[in-house]
Design a binder for this molecule. Structure first.
Ligand SMILES: Nc1ncnc2c1ncn2[C@@H]1O[C@H](COP(=O)(O)OP(=O)(O)OP(=O)(O)O)[C@@H](O)[C@H]1O
Ligand SMILES: [Mg+2]
Length: 450
């Protein structure tokens, strides 16, 4: 199946060409693209800037060694904010752990020429994808029922895999779903993910921080309830619906508006279906919402969807997370029956042992974040690179207390790490938070949307 992406060719119109490089010494060269400097190993020729995130810029580059295109994600000033540094660490650990055809591959991390104590920027080398689903949906690109099925199936397949590995992505949205011209889909951006989640389907996690970009955020999060892997399925429902309508289905301006938009379409839930909310204020808030007859509203909004597609969306966009379909069940839905055969079982990949999730439950200093990121660089080093990361610069010492704990974990780093932003607790927005202090804005999940 081939998506015609002529209008979206990231190396063509729409992308920012990079121009000529300057020598940067030390086997590297530098480019300036839209005011951003990229200093890359000589083996890479930058082609164009293809993406921008809240803390990164992404360029398409040609790898002279392999002859292949790669994406280079520059994360600037990693340690300016330790929350961001932890996010990056989480991303690289998860990318190393989650090897699957529908998850983006981290090829390697470029070796900084400075020391573990002084490096500032990080360059992740990722497999290159032609575009992302946000750009596709907003373009004039035709999306047929066959495309929608094929892309949806791959999204669900990625989620089923992640959930089987006890990982919740927590930021599924079209901008984090990379797409190729032949309609392959790969999930990227694991900076908000959470690993080591116990009994993913039943035991909820405590909500301690903002996750999921608002438009894709499920009711349990808006109501500050405990949550499970079901949050990714709600977001997936929003994404599939968006492929039909070509615009976000719940483009809320704030959490109240978000909840209103949801209930205007799927109805105000019965008290039983809000019982999952642990906060009585949250339950009361829903009870007080105006009940309107919404029959047909959802169907009208999704008029362009086939009945089977509509049926799957209604099983994903279910207010009560415990009644929402799982990724594995969704893959078996009749709408997807004819694409299911196009995919083999998940392929065998070399076993990567499960990261030590404990890591994210401890406070972590900049020093230890630096060491752990450095260690990740060693673990993802391209064997064909001439200059290995200098062994003398890698962490050696051990200690006691938190440092010792981090270092012990480091020594077992084959099992990796991940976690949440506990070091800077942020109260989520929601009715139950109304009386709490205003949370600081979160540039990752409240910056809308893509
Ligand atoms: N491997 C890749 N191939 C092609 N394009 C990519 C690749 N990775 C990322 N991009 C592009 O860059 C954008 C930003 O990437 P990503 O989501 O990883 O960054 P981010 O800084 O974590 O973003 P944010 O926090 O704002 O969601 C993507 O939406 C996509 O358009
Ligand atoms: Mg992103």
């Amino acid at each position: 199946m081939v998506l015609d992406l002529m209008e979206l060719d990231p190396g063509g119109p729409g992308a920012t060409p990079t121009g000529q490089p300057q020598k940067a010494g030390d086997g590297r060269k530098s480019y300036v693209v839209q005011g951003n400097t990229y200093v890359v190993d000589n083996r890479y020729d930058l082609v164009s800037q293809v993406g921008k995130g809240s803390y990164s810029f992404v360029c398409k580059a040609r790898d002279g060694k392999s002859g292949k295109f790669v994406a280079i994600k520059k994360i600037f000033d990693v340690f300016d904010d330790l929350v961001d540094a932890r996010r990056i660490l989480r991303e690289v650990v998860l990318l190393r752990y989650l090897r699957h055809p529908n998850v983006i591959t981290l090829v390697h991390i470029m070796r900084p020429r400075t020391s573990v104590k002084s490096f500032k920027d990080l360059y992740l080398v990722l497999e290159f994808m032609d575009t992302d689903l946000h750009k596709v949906v907003r373009s004039r690109q035709k999306l047929t029922e066959a495309h929608r099925k094929y892309l949806s199936y791959q999204l669900l397949r990625a989620l089923a895999f992640m959930h089987s590995k006890r990982v919740i992505h927590r930021d599924i949205k079209p901008g984090n779903l990379l797409v190729s011209v032949n309609s392959e889909l790969k999930v990227c951006d694991f900076g908000l993910a959470r690993g080591g989640v116990p009994a993913l389907a039943t035991e909820g996690l405590e909500l301690t921080d903002y996750v999921v970009t608002r438009w894709y955020r499920p009711p349990e999060m808006l109501l500050m309830a405990r949550y499970t892997g079901g949050i990714d399925l709600w977001s997936a429902g929003c994404v599939i619906a968006e492929m039909v309508t070509r615009r976000a289905v719940f483009p809320g301006r704030d959490y109240i508006h978000q909840l209103n938009l949801i209930t205007e379409l799927i109805g105000v839930p019965e008290p039983d279906d809000v019982a999952f909310a642990t906060s009585s204020e949250a339950r009361q808030f829903v009870r007080n919402m105006t009940r309107k007859d919404v029959s047909g509203a959802f169907q009208t909004k999704l008029a362009a969807a086939s009945p089977a597609c509509f049926d799957l969306i209604t099983k994903l966009l279910v207010f009560n997370p415990f009644k929402r379909i799982s990724a594995t069940e969704a893959m078996k839905h009749t709408w997807l029956a004819d694409v299911e055969d196009m995919f083999d079982e998940d392929p065998e990949v070399p076993e990567v042992s499960e990261p030590d999730w404990q890591f994210d439950q401890i406070e972590i200093s900049e020093e230890n974040l630096r060491r752990l990121l450095w260690r990740e660089m060693e673990l993802t080093q391209d064997p064909s690179d001439d200059e290995p990361v200098a062994a003398t610069e890698s962490p050696k010492e051990t200690g006691t207390g938190l440092v010792g704990m981090a270092m012990n974990l480091l020594q077992r780093v084959g099992r990796g790490l991940s976690g949440s932003k506990n070091e800077v607790p942020q109260k989520p927005e929601g009715p139950a938070a109304a009386s709490a202090a205003q949370p600081p804005p979160n540039r990752h999940t409240d910056a809308q949307p893509s």
